[in-house]
Design a protein around this ligand. Structure first.
Ligand code: GLY
Length: 581
């Protein structure tokens, strides 16, 4: 099941790309990939590098290269040219998968001395191209291009170094991608179910691993078990995982990303420091102020004795726990006595440490929406707006009971949104965010303009369920490119129809609920063919029967609300609760 791969690298010169590729895979302890070097220059420095790096090598004179490749190409999953000074003829290129890297933005400057030609022509920019090889020089299908500006004061030497930096960064990462990726999805809700499902459909996937998944989707991948995040990172490395995707805030705030980075595993998710944007509402407010991002006025509160004094400063106060509360830590009420009572409960620790420090905020009125922005360290990719329906029938805030994507806003608000997108891009670049992650902006369009209610550092649940069905791209490509600074090349492909997600929850949610209650008739979903998808929030399967294990139980997603509700009505679940949108 865990496929081993063999790569033949062909080089004739110094071998700096050869070295960068080998080091990338060695650092990641990728023992699933075997390398061999083939050179047509016995005395090339690359041979010395191969010896030092313990890579088997073979020297063949030019006239023997063709027959060697034709006789042996079945042994190689990929042939990588890394400064190989001989053109391969069609018989070879049409029977093998071969890639090359070229130091220009093809089709410009095909052939020799591409760097020098760009430099002496005083081009404003240049770059690298990674492409498949055909019988013509530098004309095969382009896989990836990266552009850089050539700064006026750069010497040729400096420019060359910058080009080589790009080559050494991107070439191994593209090789990894072409070979097929082993991916780990961390988390166990319906959001992680939809992530895992979309990844499992990718043509770039080798193996999918799951950690902490719930029984409802454990059959999509191979489960990894580990007693802590270090053990998980070790297990992921042993399984040659090239990309980990972290679903929920709890792992992020606990520092899972920082641990994975130590093990050289690419991971989409905020590191511990960045995750404070979500895990401390006070920290987020400070950052919003720093970048002049509109947010409502607030005061920090830690002592019960200050309740009256603090509340006096607000017309319509809202309470928010500073820390993580699974989306339940925001309390709204028109009755001030109720607010006072709840605030006391918060400060006494109704949400543990998370609410012992809380915020009182001025309530904002308007249209709420969720914006998801993928940030790769250089580029930002904003997704179509979503809407999360948070309130249950009693008006209590929940983690979200329904979502839609896209959520349409008027032209005036679109303009405000565009300005906001520029602001957060500046913020992310300036804050020197260390790891690629997803910024989730909880927005509200008010009469006074666009305000931020909160930042989170992950996809929303249940927004992910509608968003990931609305965006039709290969989601593994999006995640991988985000993890490896390649987001710029993504163009979104959107579904023709808006996607709705309705959550079936347990009565009483977000308060006390009854769990371990059987859900029947879920198989009736098959009657709807592709019109509805089912994602499990948290269920347990016992002897082929499905039992609820949390407040939110399943999400039903599709383009036709009527069909979704028709199916939900057929679900036989005594504790069933859902909202109408
Ligand atoms: N939809 C709310 C959340 O994911 O926090």
């Amino acid at each position: 099941m865990l496929n081993n791969k063999t790569i033949l690298i062909m080089a004739s010169g110094i071998g700096s790309n050869f070295e960068a590729i080998i080091k990338y895979f060695k650092q990641r302890k990728r023992n699933d990939i075997k390398f061999q070097l083939l050179t047509n220059n016995e005395n090339a420095p690359v041979v010395k590098k191969a010896k030092k790096l313990k890579i088997p090598y073979l020297y063949l004179p030019n006239e023997k290269i063709k027959s060697y490749l034709l006789d042996n190409n079945f042994e190689y999953d990929l042939i990588v040219l890394a400064g190989f000074m001989k053109i391969l003829d069609e018989e070879v290129t049409s029977t093998s998968k071969i890639i090359n890297i070229h130091p220009s933005l093809l089709p410009k400057y095909k052939g020799k001395e591409a760097i020098q030609r760009a430099y002496f022509n005083k081009d404003a920019h240049s770059g690298i191209t990674i492409h498949y090889v055909n019988e013509k020089v530098d004309e095969g299908e382009i896989i990836y291009q990266k552009k850089i500006e050539i700064e006026a004061n750069w010497s040729l030497d400096k420019f060359e170094k910058e080009i080589h930096k790009l080559e050494h960064y991107y070439y191994p990462r593209i090789i990894d991608y072409i070979l097929g990726l082993n991916v780990l999805v961390v988390g166990g809700g319906a959001r992680e179910h939809v992530i895992a499902q979309k990844i499992s459909q990718s043509k770039h996937l080798n193996n999918l691993f799951l950690y902490d998944c719930n029984d409802g989707f454990s059959d999509i991948g191979i489960q990894l078990r580990a007693k802590n995040y270090t053990a998980l990172a070790k297990a992921a490395r042993e399984k040659n995982v090239s990309l980990a995707i972290i679903g929920s805030e709890n792992y992020l705030a606990a520092g899972i990303v920082d641990i994975f980075k130590k093990y050289n595993i690419s991971v989409i998710g905020a590191d511990k420091n960045t995750s404070k944007l979500e895990s401390s509402k006070l920290y987020a407010k400070k950052i919003m102020h720093k970048y002049f991002i509109n947010t409502s006025k607030y005061e920090k509160i830690t002592k019960k004795e200050s309740i009256d004094k603090v509340l006096d400063n607000f017309k319509n106060p809202v309470i928010k726990a500073d820390g993580l509360t699974g989306g339940k830590g925001c309390y709204l009420d028109d009755d001030i006595d109720e607010i006072k009572y709840q605030l006391k409960m918060y400060l006494q620790g109704v949400y543990g440490k998370a609410s012992k420090t809380s915020l009182v905020e001025e309530r904002l009125y308007g249209i709420e929406a969720s914006l998801f922005s993928f940030f790769d360290g250089e580029n930002i990719l904003h997704f179509p707006l979503c809407k999360d329906y948070k309130q249950n029938q009693q008006g209590l805030n929940t983690g979200g009971l329904a979502s839609i994507c896209p959520f349409k806003i008027n032209e005036e608000n679109e303009k405000l949104l565009d300005e906001y997108k520029d602001k957060i891009f500046e913020m992310l670049k300036n804050e020197k965010i260390k790891n690629p992650f997803i910024l989730y902006s909880g927005l509200i369009f008010t009469e006074k303009g666009l305000y931020v209610l909160e930042f989170n550092v992950r996809l929303g649940d249940p927004e992910a369920q509608s968003l990931m069905n609305y965006v039709q791209n290969d989601w593994l490509e999006i995640f991988y490119k985000c993890a490896n600074r390649m987001l710029k090349t993504i163009e979104l492909v959107l579904n023709d129809e808006r996607q709705y997600c309705i959550v079936v929850a347990s009565k009483g949610y977000p308060g006390p609920i009854k769990t371990d209650v059987e859900l029947k008739n879920l198989e009736l979903l098959n009657e709807y063919d592709k019109d509805a998808n089912l994602y499990f929030s948290n269920v347990e399967i016992k002897y082929d029967r499905i039992f609820s294990a949390s407040g939110r139980v399943v999400s039903v997603v599709g383009a036709n609300k009527g069909i979704i509700y028709e199916f939900i009505k057929k679900i036989d679940f005594e504790e069933k609760m859902f909202i109408k949108i």
